[in-house]
Structure formats: structure tokens, C-alpha cells
Design a binder for this molecule. Structure first.
Ligand code: SF4
Length: 146
């Protein structure tokens, strides 16, 4: 199963925030630049992550973004499922619907495989993603604002 780029960059944002302390806030620009993605794409993903309660924003001169406690404990499978919109692995309907769409064993098998994919990812939390060797690399990408 291939994740959308949107989901991938949202996961990059939460990993970037997971390695800094709750007082070391980062801006959307800093996260976008350090993770090598366009600002506008990152801003859209961060808006959804805020809406989901995974990250929070502090306003003001020294404001910025941080990962919430709930965000750190979030199972990755649940987060990916939400970001992906729970879409199926294959498009069976649409402009040119497949004639098998009403009774297809392949479709059912793919759905089961997709559930297994999310279930496997639920064995890992956002916090787990930044254990070594990933965490030290993320920290080396840029210092939080001083
Ligand atoms: S063969 Fe099955 S899985 Fe593939 S498009 Fe048709 S209904 Fe969907």
C-alpha cells in the first residue's frame, strides 16, 4: 500500500516535533524547511494535525508548534488511517466502474490486507518513531528557535 505524499509529510512533521522538548517550539516554516517540503503543503498538513489534537500551537512572539501528549502516544496506524481518509487500495467504482465491484473476492482480500497494514502500524506510536537512529538525525536537521 502506498501512502499519499500528504500523509508522509504530515508524519514527517510529527516526527520533527517529537524530538524537541515541549518548550522548544518550532514554526511551520522551520518544519517545512528542515523536512524539505513546500511551506504551503506543510501548512495544510499541520492544520489537520492541529484539528486532530496531535499538535498544538502557542501564539505570541515566542509562539510555535509542539506535539501534544496525546499526539506522542497516538498509534501510527490510527493516524495514517485518518490522514489517508480510509480510502480503498484500489478504485472499483467511479467513472468506469469495474463490473465485479458488487461481488469481488479480490476486493475483500485487499480490504483485509489494508486492515492488517493499519493494525501492524498500530504497534508503533508517534513517540516510538523517533527512537535512534531516526531521532538523532531529526535533531541534527536544525536547532529550535532560541
Ligand atoms: S477486480 Fe475487484 S478489486 Fe479490482 S477493481 Fe474490480 S471489483 Fe475492484
Amino acid at each position: 500500500m502506498r501512502l499519499t505524499r500528504y500523509t508522509d509529510l504530515a508524519l514527517r512533521a510529527v516526527m520533527r516535533l517529537a524530538v524537541v522538548g515541549s518548550e522548544d517550539l518550532l514554526t511551520t516554516r522551520q518544519i517545512a524547511d528542515s523536512m524539505n517540503v513546500p511551506y504551503t503543503h506543510m501548512a495544510k498538513a499541520i492544520a489537520q494535525l492541529q484539528h486532530l489534537g496531535v499538535i498544538e500551537a502557542r501564539r505570541g512572539r515566542n509562539g510555535g508548534l509542539s506535539l501534544t501528549a496525546a499526539g506522542r502516544c497516538t498509534p501510527v496506524g490510527n493516524l495514517v488511517r485518518t490522514l489517508e481518509g480510509d480510502r480503498e487500495a484500489v478504485v472499483c467504482e467511479g467513472e468506469t466502474p469495474c463490473p465485479l465491484s458488487g461481488a469481488c473476492r479480490l476486493r475483500r482480500a485487499l480490504r483485509e490486507a489494508q486492515e492488517a497494514f493499519y493494525s501492524s502500524l498500530n504497534g508503533v506510536t508517534v513517540g516510538d518513531l523517533v527512537a535512534s537512529p531516526t531521532g538523532p538525525i531529526l535533531l541534527a536537521l536544525g536547532a529550535p528557535p532560541g
